[in-house]
Design a binder for this molecule. Structure first.
Ligand SMILES: Cc1cc2nc3c(=O)[nH]c(=O)nc-3n(C[C@H](O)[C@H](O)[C@H](O)COP(=O)(O)OP(=O)(O)OC[C@H]3O[C@@H](n4cnc5c(N)ncnc54)[C@H](O)[C@@H]3O)c2cc1C
Length: 323
């Protein structure tokens, strides 16, 4: 793998990382962005590309996929070097630079590093009965609805993703059952009510105990109230949440509090030339929202610009001034 030299290395290509990439370009920095996922967009792309987001400034409602598309187009103005499907594993300080090594051996030397790694490297929480069924009818994500057309779908879980997908697959799937082991849900109340008011069958205090089919999924067994019922299902979505792993970042000497990186008001971490923004940061009053990540991205990049080039100013001027 070729080594990369850049001004700013961004670790994480979620919404915060993508907006940071744009901002780095606006500040005249060369920028590289690494992500352990093969696609851009972080949690949005991985977990809810089809969901309508209502709380991004300037967009009364924007589909996750469309927001990411806009962020990628905006970031393109910075001509970023994307290093996808690779995880940042080590960080060392050199003279006037930081060197980050990726899991494929690539070494990235940067004047500064901005960590926008969200909830860390995340992997879906497995469904024990689903072992061996991934790609044969069972999925962890619903990146597009089309594969579910005309199918009997079982969704397992009681959180936002499970309820969002149940709602969104209506009118597409032939039937939808949502199976949850408790009768209380972690999902947004309004979404739960919408699902209750819909044709989705909610089966609580229940567990999927077996997936069956000849090659691909044909039915599932559900244990409910001590009895086992068999239900036709050509698709099962295991929406049991994620095992988030801060992973290698924990070994870098960063001050970490409750799995988040502590930053000051300029988004500076305890390590020289290393900044953080977005869901990964921690400070009193922190709120984990896309809108907040965007603001932190601008603060982080402007302050990183000065760390990289001490003759630069923190305040960049207004982007509209050059147009
Ligand atoms: C179902 C659901 C619905 C949501 N709805 C909303 C909503 O309506 N409004 C809202 O504001 N927020 C919402 N959120 C939260 C929102 O998605 C997050 O606040 C946002 O994604 C945080 O962005 P980020 O860029 O900081 O981190 P992330 O989106 O988590 O991106 C971080 C990226 O860093 C990568 N990464 C981590 N560690 C490494 C490493 N070591 N090396 C390389 N790459 C790494 C990850 O692969 C990931 O792609 C929702 C979240 C979920 C799950």
């Amino acid at each position: 793998m070729d080594d990369v030299t850049t001004d700013l290395l961004i670790i994480g290509a979620g919404p915060t990382g993508l907006f940071s990439a744009y901002y780095a370009g606006f500040r005249g920095l060369r920028v590289a962005v690494v992500d352990s996922l093969p696609e851009l967009g972080g949690q949005i792309t991985a977990m809810y590309p089809e969901k309508a987001i209502l709380d991004v400034a300037g967009f009364p409602s924007v589909k996750g996929r469309d927001l990411v598309e806009g962020l990628v187009a905006q970031a393109a103005t910075a001509d970023p070097t994307y290093l996808l499907d690779r995880t940042a594993t080590t960080l060392e300080h050199g003279e006037d630079q930081v060197v980050v090594t990726l899991d494929d051996g690539t070494r990235v030397a940067a004047g500064g590093v901005l960590i926008t790694s969200g909830i860390g490297k995340f992997s879906p929480r497995p469904l024990p009965a689903g072992e061996g069924w991934l790609g044969r009818g069972m999925e962890f994500f619903v990146p597009s609805f089309e594969p579910y057309a005309g199918k009997d779908v079982v969704i397992v879980g009681g959180g936002d993703s499970a309820f969002d997908w149940a709602l969104n697959l209506q009118g597409i799937a032939r039937s939808i059952a949502l199976v949850h082991r408790r009768d209380a849900f972690r999902a947004h109340e309004r979404t739960v009510q919408q699902v209750r008011d819909s044709d989705v069958e909610i089966i609580t205090k229940a567990q999927v105990t077996k997936l069956a089919g000849n090659g691909t999924l044909e039915s599932v067994e559900i244990e409910v109230d001590g009895a086992t019922v068999t239900r036709p299902a050509q698709a099962l979505v295991a929406a049991l949440g994620f095992l988030a792993d801060l992973g290698p970042l924990q070994e870098w000497g960063l001050e970490v509090l409750k799995r988040h990186i502590v930053v000051d008001a300029s988004m500076r971490t305890n390590l020289a030339r290393v900044f953080a923004a977005g869901d990964i940061t921690e400070y009193p009053g922190k709120v984990r929202l896309i809108a907040v990540g965007f603001g932190e991205a601008a603060t982080a990049v402007n302050n990183a610009t000065v760390a990289i080039d001490p003759s630069a100013k923190v305040f960049p001027g207004h982007s509209s001034e050059g147009t």
